[in-house]
Design a protein around this ligand. Structure first.
Ligand SMILES: NC(=O)C1=CN([C@@H]2O[C@H](COP(=O)(O)OP(=O)(O)OC[C@H]3O[C@@H](n4cnc5c(N)ncnc54)[C@H](OP(=O)(O)O)[C@@H]3O)[C@@H](O)[C@H]2O)[C@@H](O)CC1
Ligand SMILES: [K+]
Length: 496
């Protein structure tokens, strides 16, 4: 359910299934039938135009056309390319189509109630141009509902990026498991409703394919989620430190501290300039505020080794002092770097790599802008195609966990594991929401959860908290909304 397969992994799954005795043609027949089922359930679709491409995606289209015609739909088929050049299973199923095959470059896309987009799927190998691109653009401009086979043609299943052009679908029918491009923007927005059809590939092939990308959902981390025990003590649940900026910028640290406490950290201390002390002390009575006028004060505070986890960045200010604070906090501790702490290392990602080597664990939580600044001058990261590959390359480069935020937040680990979020509502993009996420991450790390799982769980509960709070959300609501999310989670995890 939760594995996401890129085109190479899907192709391996396909081969494993065939090796296990599933005929390839049967896979294509089931795929085409699944598409036909979805089309048949659409309202007001009696005239269906199936646009077939030159590969197996087109083969699925030929099957869907035949099944729909058998069910009484008025079906036309148009092919991009020459019929004589179809090969393999696609040629076999095209031969079973008894009706005319029109030239897709000339077909009237308006003379249909619904279009089946079976031009390109997993085999998209380059940007669309020429006749293929013109056809996709005509389809997009037609205003007709489109059901996409596997992926909207032109959408790259591995990256979620559009290669040349892609037409938005109302529904996308994919096979066996979803692909990263169904969750990563702009792909997710182009797919419409995504349906996953069982085409007879046994689940056991996943043991052979071992996909490294998954939907971010509790299955990934629930076994490691810290559930309080009756016999436990607050110190068992860690002691997180939030390093705060001055009075005027202390709101970000307050949000983070609340997030950390609500995420279950046993204790949370805010280290802040004296002017900000009353603000922190008056925020949550449970937060402890300690004065930090100069970096040496942070060293003194952290001499207590029970303070095992530190967040630096929200509202902290950009510059040498912040870099110094990071250097003081990192050795031997679990560290979260966000916001200003990341921008303080703009163009110096190697320095954050040093931090990761010294720290017991490192999680960074950049948005796209902070990510681009941090990895400025690191083309092996920034030039990777798409958010998933960039986050993975960054995690490998740093030796730490990267949370690349957005509507499709990616959490990536140095060993290649990655999780893509799909539960964040659009209204979560609000001032201060990132500070709360950094705080939740701190809170879970402080409780000893392994860093990748802690980061993934933080992103998920943050998204759920937003949904629980509902539209009109402001960041201050998020820590409060975590209570409802935790209640459900603890119940599901069987808390005593
Ligand atoms: N795996 C499975 O288990 C199952 C897979 N199934 C289905 O198979 C689909 C994958 O089929 P596929 O591999 O044949 O690739 P597909 O998407 O049809 O495209 C390849 C063709 O497009 C061409 N082409 C590529 N880019 C182009 C461009 N920019 N502009 C123009 N042309 C371009 C490329 O040409 P070439 O690069 O060779 O010149 C080649 O001719 C998959 O999405 C699913 O629907 C199901 O049947 C069930 C089981
Ligand atoms: K397609």
């Amino acid at each position: 359910m939760y594995a996401l397969l890129d085109p190479q992994e899907m192709s391996r799954a396909d081969h494993c299934a065939v090796d296990a005795g599933v005929p390839a043609l049967a896979l294509m027949e089931k795929a085409g039938c699944a598409v036909a089922d979805v089309v048949a359930r659409r309202p007001h679709a009696t005239r269906v135009l199936v646009l077939c491409g030159p590969g197996n995606n087109g083969g699925d289209g030929f099957v869907a056309a035949r099944v729909l015609a058998q069910r009484g739909f008025r079906v036309r088929v148009a092919l991009l390319g020459e019929r004589g050049r179809l090969a393999g299973d696609a040629a076999a199923v095209a031969a079973l189509w008894r009706g005319p095959v029109e030239d897709a470059t000339r077909v009237d896309v308006m003379a249909a109630d619904l279009i089946v987009d079976a031009l390109f799927g997993a085999g998209l190998a380059r940007d669309l141009d020429g006749a293929a691109r013109a056809l996709v653009e005509r389809m997009a401009a037609s205003g007709r509902p489109i059901v996409a086979v596997d992926l909207p043609s032109g959408l790259d299943g591995a990256t979620g990026l559009v290669r040349g052009a892609a037409a938005p679908a109302v529904e996308t029918v994919t096979f066996f498991r979803r692909k990263p491009g169904h969750l990563l923007e702009p792909g997710r927005s182009l797919c419409g409703k995504v349906r996953v059809a069982d085409i007879g590939i046994p689940d056991a092939v996943l043991d052979l394919v071992r996909p490294k990308t998954a939907v971010n959902a509790p299955h990934l981390w629930e076994a490691l989620f810290p559930v309080p025990r009756r016999s436990g003590h607050k110190y068992d649940r860690g002691h997180g430190v939030v390093v705060s900026g001055g009075a005027w910028t202390s709101g970000a640290a307050r949000l983070a501290a609340r997030g950390a406490l609500r995420a279950g950290a046993g204790l949370v201390t805010v280290a802040c300039p004296a002017a900000a002390l009353p603000l922190h002390a008056g925020s949550y009575a449970a937060v402890m505020a300690r004065p930090m006028e100069r970096p040496a004060d942070l060293s003194a505070l952290l001499a207590d080794t029970r303070l095992n986890t530190v967040l630096l960045g929200p509202g902290l200010g950009v510059g040498a002092t912040t870099r110094q604070l990071v250097a003081i906090a990192a050795p031997g501790r679990r560290v979260v770097l966000d916001a200003d702490a990341l921008t303080s290392f703009a163009g110096a990602a190697w320095s954050v790599g040093d931090v990761a080597r010294q720290a017991a664990a490192l999680v960074i939580t950049p948005h796209d802008g902070e990510f681009a600044r941090l990895f400025h001058g690191t083309p092996e990261v920034l030039e990777r195609p798409g958010k998933l590959a960039r986050a993975r390359a960054a995690a490998a480069r740093l030796g730490g966990i990267v949370v690349l935020k957005g509507p499709d937040t990616v959490v990536a680990a140095p060993d290649g594991r990655a999780a893509i979020a799909e539960n964040a509502p659009a209204y979560l993009a609000t001032a201060g929401a990132g500070d709360v996420l950094a705080g939740i991450t701190l809170g879970l790390l402080a409780q000893g959860m392994p860093a990748y799982e802690a980061a993934a769980a933080a992103v998920w509960v943050h998204g759920e908290a937003a949904r629980a709070a509902g539209p009109g959300l402001v960041a201050d609501d998020l820590p409060e909304a975590l209570r409802a999310v935790y209640t459900r989670l603890y119940e599901a995890l069987g808390m005593e």
